[in-house]
Write a protein that binds this ligand. Structure first.
Ligand code: NDP
Length: 333
């Protein structure tokens, strides 16, 4: 029975992760920790969590706790993960794993030395839709992949229009929020790491002091071209993935989401056909794989290294837009 402490009384913890943990037969939520006593208490009450605290140390001292889920604002991911790893806990951390590559590398190496699992909640690779697209690519049905286009422009819901839009020191901006997801999606689908990026960003109605929109083009070792679009400000568009190969194209719509939604079509010489996929709860699958990793049966869906790499791509997109110069990504391998 894996007992968890939640570090962060966040929207995602309340909306998805508490129920995803509980849906696993061996998952239980024992603590919620928040910076504000009132929020911790209210969150614990709303979600029937036994213990709440404003002290991370108090929750980490609890020997019954084996795993923590970190979903605070982004600048706290690194110190909280280091504290949890230091206390011998397994860590499921929200994306972006950290604020920069140096922090992420330290987290990965600390977890390795401590012998604990460090995973990142790149939930999209746990979606049945993304697994189905990857299976089409690896089966060879597309032939050689020529290009991949990612459409991740959304309309940020009113209740999330806080630190994401005006607080760079908390890791605000669309790049730290959505480009990291796109980077992980591309790495998962093509099974290769972007080499370099060029990019433009914009502030198009919501961001104040941070970008709310980004477009970038990534160079891949295979020669496939990648285009990535993220935004907070688009009320009427739909998310999507297109993968174009020499033998067929995949058109997926509505699949960059928190729910197992969307539809996938394969177009080839044979015509156009719908591809079915497993519509299991996405975050439930993340927790299931994490708990297997804790039990040493498997790897988590996205490892700390995956989180470090998606962060490096996102930082490169940020730097490319700021400088106007192509950024080559050094993964330090
Ligand atoms: P929230 O803004 O809801 O929560 C972040 C922190 O802000 C909380 O930990 C809390 O601090 C504080 N907070 C929460 N509600 C309030 C409030 N009403 N007033 C003041 N402060 C508040 O963030 P999200 O849930 O949207 O995101 C949290 C993390 O999860 C981020 O790292 C984000 O990138 C990631 N995320 C990942 C998703 C995924 O699919 N993988 C989806 C959405 C987010 P305290 O803990 O001190 O109470």
């Amino acid at each position: 029975n894996v007992k968890w402490a939640l570090l962060g009384a966040s929207t995602i913890a309340g909306q998805y992760m508490v129920s995803a943990i509980r849906a696993q037969t061996d998952g239980a939520v024992r603590w919620v920790v928040s910076g504000k006593a009132e929020r911790a208490r209210a969150f614990a009450q709303a979600h029937r969590i036994e213990r709440w605290s404003t002290s991370v140390e108090e929750a980490l001292e609890d020997q019954a706790v084996q795993a923590v889920y970190i979903s605070t604002t982004n600048e706290k991911h690194y110190p909280l993960a280091m504290a949890a790893i230091g206390a011998g806990k397994h860590v499921l951390c929200e994306k972006p794993l950290a604020m920069d590559a140096a922090e992420a590398a330290e987290m990965v190496s600390a977890a390795r030395s401590a012998g604990v699992t460090l995973a990142v909640n790149h939930h999209l690779r746990s979606a049945g839709s993304h697994k189905a697209i990857r299976a089409l690519i690896t089966s060879g049905a597309l032939g050689r992949v020529l290009s991949l286009r990612l459409f991740h422009a959304v309309h940020l819901p009113e209740h999330l229009r806080g630190w994401r839009l005006d607080n760079p020191s908390a890791g605000g901006g669309v790049i730290m929020d959505l480009t990291v997801h796109n980077a992980d999606t591309v790495r998962f689908l093509l099974q290769e790491d972007p080499e370099s990026v060029i990019a433009e960003t914009a502030t198009s109605g919501m961001g104040a002091g941070v970008e709310d929109s980004a477009m970038s083009v990534w160079t891949m070792p295979s020669g496939a071209m990648v285009f990535s679009h993220e935004s907070f400000t688009h009320p009427f568009t739909e998310s999507g993935i297109e993968v174009h190969g020499t033998q067929a194209s995949v058109f997926a719509r509505g699949v960059m989401a928190q729910e197992p939604l969307g539809r996938i079509e394969l177009v080839s010489k044979q015509g156009r056909g719908e591809i079915s996929f497993d519509a299991a709860e996405i975050y439930g699958s993340v927790i299931e794989d994490f708990q297997s990793a804790v039990a040493r049966r498997a790897s988590p869906a996205a490892t700390g290294t995956d989180g470090a790499k998606s962060l490096m791509v996102a930082r490169a997109v940020h730097d490319a837009a700021r400088t106007g110069a192509r950024q080559t990504i050094n993964y330090g391998e």
